[in-house]
Design a protein around this ligand. Structure first.
Ligand code: ADP
Ligand code: ZN
Length: 632
C-alpha cells in the first residue's frame, strides 16, 4: 500500500511519523529540520550516526509535492534502503549502475508519472545528461545529499563525484536541498557548506554524544585473545564489527574467531566483489554475525543492532574512530566500542605517515590526527568528554566509559621519564645502529640480551637503572611520552628519538604525569563449552522466550522476502512486544516501530505468535509472504 492510499493528511509531519513510521514523537532537532525543509528551506544537518537523519528528508519528501531525490554513494545498500521504505508503504526506487536497462526504465517512468515518493541516485548518475533531463521532466520535492562529508576533499571519504553536486542548485534553484552527515569537525563542516553552496542554508548541529555506547580502550597484550574474551563474556551471539588495519590481519582474525566457534566473516578490498557482497549480505540479514573488516567496510551500514565495534589496531584519526564506533547501537540499546592499542601501533602509524604519499603539509595533517588519537588513548579523563571536545562540544564525566567506570590513577612519572629519555639520548649517539623501544627497555631493566652485550650497552651508566617498573609498564611510559610528544619515533625500525620538549624533562623543568597501567589481564583460558547466547539487554527474564520466538518468526519472514530482518521489525520493537504482550491489534499499533502498513501486514501473525497459535514453519512463512508490491 502506498502512503497516498492511507488517506493521510500529509501536511501533518507528526501524523506521517506516527502512521507510516510508527513512532510517537520526534527526536532532537528532527522536527525543526523537517519543518524548515518542508517549507522549502535549505539545510545542512550534522547529527551523529543513529541520530535519525533519514526522517529529516524522508518526511518532507512525503509531505511536499513531488519526488524526493536522495543522492547517496552507497550503491550496495540502495536495495536495502528501498526495501525498508517499501515495507513501510513508502513508494521508493533507485537508479544506479547495478541495474538492468529495463529496471531503470521502470523506475524512470514511475518517477515521471509521480508514482514515487523517494528516488535514490548514485552521484555518478548526475554526470550523465540523460539523468539531468529526466529530473527536468519530473517534479522534484527536494534534494537530499546523504553522507555529505564525501564532498570534503581532505576528509577521509572524499568522492570526486560529489563535487558535481554544487550544480544542483544552479540547475534547480527552487528545489530545497538538505545535506546530511555524521562527521563534522569544524574544518569538514565549513568545507561541506562552501563546496555545496550551502552557506545561506540553515545549519543544524546536534549533540554528537552517543550515550548508549560504552567507550573502552585497553592496552594490547594478546589482541585476538582479548577480543575473544570480550565476545564470550559480554557479546555472545551478538552482531558486531571488528576493525583491523591490514587485509592479512582481517583474514587471520576471522579465521581465529571461526576456529573458536564464533560466526565471523572477513571483508576487505582484496576479496572479489561477489564475496564481499555475499559477506555483507549475511552480516545484514542474519542475526549475530561478526564482520572482521578493514575500514573499507561500514559506511552507510544502517544495521540497527550492531552491539559492538572492536578495533584491533589504532585508528588513524579521532574522526575515523568516531565514525567507525558510531556504527554500534543505532537502535539506542547499550553497545560497546572497544579498542586495543599498543606501542607497536604508534610506531607503525608513524612509519606509515613518514613513508606515505603527499607533501609535508599533508604529512603534518596526518600527524596531527594521530596525536589527537593518541591523546584520546592515554587520557585519564572521561573518554566521551575528550571525544566531544574534539568535535567542539562539551560534556561532563559520562559514567559510561572505562575511565569513568574505573578511574585510572595517575602518578608522577618525571623520574621514570628522565631515565628513559637519557637512555634514548645515549643510544642516539651511536652511529652504527638505531634502536627501538625494545632495546631501550632491556637496558633499563638490566637485561643482558645478546643485542645488549653486542653493542656494549651493559656498560652504559643507565644499564639496570629502571628495575622498579615491569616491562609492560615501561612500554606504557614510552607510549605516553610519545602521546605527549616528549619522545618521537623515526624511520623504518621505530627508532626512538628525543623531541624539542624532551630537554625540559631532562633538565627537571617539567613534571610528567602518567597513567598507571592496569594490572596485566590474564589471557582467557578457552572455554570448552559452546558459547551461550547472552540474554538480550534490558529484557525481563520472563520475556526472553517470547522475544526469541518473535525473532524466529521474523527470521522466517525476512528470509522469505529476501530482506534483512530489521526491515521487518527492529529488535527494540520485538523487545517491547515481548514485554508488553499486546492482545489486540489496536494495542499492538501503539508499539514504537509498528506503523499502519506493518500492522496491517503482520499484526495478526504477531498476535498469533504471542498466543502460541502460530508455530513458525516454512509454510506459515510462505503464507505470509508479501507478494504484492505496487512499486515493482
Ligand atoms: P542516522 O541516519 O542518523 O544514522 P537513522 O535515520 O538510521 O539514523 O535512525 C536511527 C534509528 O533511529 C533508526 O532505527 C530509526 O528508525 C530510529 N528513529 C529515528 N527517528 C526516530 C524517532 N523520532 N522515534 C523513534 N525512532 C526513531
Ligand atoms: Zn566517561
Amino acid at each position: 500500500m502506498a502512503v497516498g492510499e492511507l488517506g493521510l493528511d500529509v501536511s501533518d509531519a507528526v501524523r506521517v511519523l506516527n502512521r507510516v513510521f510508527g513512532y510517537d514523537s520526534f527526536r532532537g532537532a528532527q522536527q525543526e529540520v523537517i519543518d524548515h525543509v518542508t517549507a522549502g528551506g535549505d539545510a545542512l544537518v550534522l547529527m551523529p550516526t543513529g541520530g535519525g537523519k533519514s526522517l529529516c528528508y524522508q518526511i518532507p519528501a512525503l509531505v511536499r509535492e513531488g519526488v524526493g531525490v536522495v543522492i547517496s554513494p552507497l550503491i550496495a545498500l540502495m536495495q536495502d534502503q528501498v526495501d525498508a521504505l517499501r515495507a513501510l508503504g513508502v513508494r521508493a526506487g533507485f537508479l544506479n549502475s547495478t541495474q538492468q536497462a529495463y529496471e531503470r526504465r521502470q523506475v524512470e517512468s514511475a518517477f515521471l508519472t509521480g508514482e514515487l515518493d523517494l528516488l535514490y541516485l548514485a552521484p555518478e548518475r548526475l554526470r550523465v545528461e540523460s539523468t539531468g533531463s529526466l529530473l527536468d521532466r519530473g517534479m522534484i520535492s527536494l534534494f537530499a545529499i546523504d553522507e555529505a562529508h564525501c564532498v570534503a576533499q581532505w576528509g577521509h571519504d572524499f568522492r570526486p563525484d560529489y563535487l558535481a553536486l554544487s550544480a544542483l542548485h544552479e540547475r534547480w534553484p527552487t528545489v530545497p536541498r538538505i545535506a546530511l552527515t555524521a562527521t563534522a569537525t569544524k574544518a569538514t563542516h565549513a568545507e561541506i557548506a562552501s563546496r555545496l553552496n550551502l552557506l545561506d542554508a540553515r545549519h543544524f548541529v546536534a549533540s554528537f554524544d552517543r550515550p548508549n555506547i560504552q567507550y573502552r580502550i585497553v592496552p594490547k597484550n594478546e589482541p585476538k585473545r582479548q577480543l575473544l574474551e570480550l565476545l564470550r563474556t559480554e557479546h555472545a551471539g551478538d552482531a558486531g564489527i571488528v576493525y583491523c588495519l591490514s587485509r592479512v590481519s582481517v583474514e587471520k582474525t576471522a579465521e581465529f574467531l571461526v576456529h573458536n566457534g564464533i560466526e565471523a566473516l572477513p571483508y576487505h578490498a582484496g576479496l572479489d566483489a561477489p564475496t564481499r557482497a555475499a559477506n555483507q549480505a549475511r552480516f545484514l540479514r542474519e542475526d549475530g554475525v561478526v564482520m572482521v573488516a578493514t575500514i573499507a567496510f561500514g559506511m552507510g551500514i544502517d544495521k540497527p543492532d550492531v552491539r559492538f565495534v572492536a578495533h584491533l589496531d589504532l585508528p588513524k584519526s579521532v574522526e575515523g574512530y568516531y565514525q567507525e564506533t558510531g556504527r554500534a547501537g543505532r537502535d539506542g540499546l547499550p553497545s560497546t566500542a572497544w579498542l586495543a592499542y599498543g606501542l607497536a601501533d604508534v610506531v607503525q602509524q608513524r612509519k606509515l605517515i613518514d613513508g606515505g604519499e603527499g607533501d609535508d603539509a599533508h604529512r603534518r595533517r596526518l600527524a596531527t590526527h594521530l596525536d589527537a588519537m593518541l591523546a584520546l588513548c592515554e587520557t585519564v579523563e572521561c573518554r566521551r568528554g575528550q571525544l566531544l571536545a574534539y568535535f567542539g562540544q562539551q560534556a561532563t564525566a559520562c559514567g559510561n566509559c572505562d575511565t569513568c567506570l574505573s578511574p585510572p590513577e595517575s602518578w608522577d612519572g618525571t623520574i621514570a621519564a628522565q631515565k628513559l629519555l637519557s637512555t634514548v639520548f645515549r643510544l642516539s649517539r651511536e652511529r652504527r645502529q638505531k634502536f627501538g623501544a625494545g632495546q631501550v627497555i632491556d637496558i633499563l631493566l638490566g637485561k643482558k640480551t645478546p643485542k645488549v652485550t653486542q653493542f656494549g650497552h651493559d656498560c652504559l651508566t643507565v644499564f639496570g637503572i629502571g628495575t622498579e617498573l615491569r616491562e609492560g609498564e615501561w612500554r606504557g611510559v614510552v607510549r605516553q611520552l610519545l602521546a605527549q610528544r616528549l619522545l618521537a619515533v623515526e624511520g623504518d625500525y621505530g627508532t626512538l628519538v628525543l623531541t624539542d620538549s624532551s630537554s625540559e624533562v631532562l633538565r627537571g623543568q617539567r613534571q610528567v604525569l602518567l597513567r598507571r597501567e592496569p594490572e596485566r589481564v590474564a589471557p582467557a583460558t578457552p572455554k570448552t563449552s559452546k558459547p551461550r547466547r547472552a540474554a538480550p539487554v534490558d529484557l525481563p527474564e520472563v520475556a526472553v522466550p517470547m522475544f526469541e520466538q518473535l525473532r524466529a518468526w521474523r527470521t522466517a519472514v525476512a528470509k522469505e522476502q529476501g530482506v534483512p530482518a530489521y526491515v521487518i521489525f527492529h529488535d527494540a520493537t520485538l523487545r517491547q512486544i515481548a514485554t508488553e504482550c499486546p492482545s489486540t491489534l489496536a494495542e499492538l499499533g501503539t508499539v514504537t516501530g509498528v506503523g499502519e502498513n506493518k500492522l496491517a501486514k503482520y499484526g495478526q501473525q504477531i498476535l498469533d505468535t504471542l498466543t502460541g497459535s502460530a508455530p513458525v514453519t516454512p509454510s506459515t512463512a510462505t503464507a505470509i509472504r508479501d507478494t504484492e508490491n505496487p512499486d515493482q
